[in-house]
Design a protein around this ligand. Sequence first.
Ligand SMILES: [Mg+2]
Length: 290
Amino acid sequence: MVGEFEQGVGESVHRAGDVPHGPGALSRRLRELAAERENAALFFDVDGVLAPICPLPGDAAVPEPVREALSRLVRSFRLVAVVSGRSAHDVALMLAVAGVTIAGDHGATIVQDGVEISSVPPELLGRLEAAARRLAFDGRLQEAGVRVEVKAASIALHSRGAADLAEAMEVAAAAAEAAAAAFDLVHHRGRAVVDLRSPDADKGSAVRRLVLDTGVRAALYVGDDRTDIDAMQALRLLEKEGTAPLRSLLVGVASDEMPSGLAEAADFLISQSEVLSLLRALERSSAEAP
Ligand SMILES: [Mg+2]
């Protein structure tokens, strides 16, 4: 049966030269995943994947049809999780879908059924606070139009909205690099943002933990940014090392801000507007599978 997904994706899928499969192959892989749903995990990034990118992160929202699709998938898949640079609390409010496991702060905090199963060590909070104080008084950031957001377990230097985005990103990266060195943190460039966070937790460590905790045998990851590559590589490594008998399906969301390495890490590339079709293809396949 040719579903909405094949029809929708056939027209608009972005395919990098080194992504070998077409949309028909993606639909087939989604059907295989749905057939294994009781032992399968679905992982999604939030911004740029479930929620379209907005000029101000505070304005981003998960569209109602996406929320509805996720709430139905929660009932059939072993694990549905979102993995975000936002705090778990922020994601919970933004998503408002019961039963979704939330890995916030780039994986440093994991909340399952309202219970924090992994949290940020207090000594890290002290280092982040010291870094935040330094950045708050950095006049170069203010001049370049970089907005400093202090989150639960990371600091984001946002350049979106700055008069000169490239210049703002350079200033943000230099300030983040200096603060990372001073306070034993790591810094990463994302889409119009530079993050400062713990060297001990990333999206890769979060998905690894959730896969091993739940014992799932198949996993889907959908992400658009550099930090999502960590998660994709962690799943690929689990698959290779055989710690868990895992089959992973890695989907990159292409954009004009796509980081280098995403196309290489992913099995398939789709656009953000196709994410809902992907969710619906999973739902439909689950309903049809034995
Ligand atoms: Mg993202």
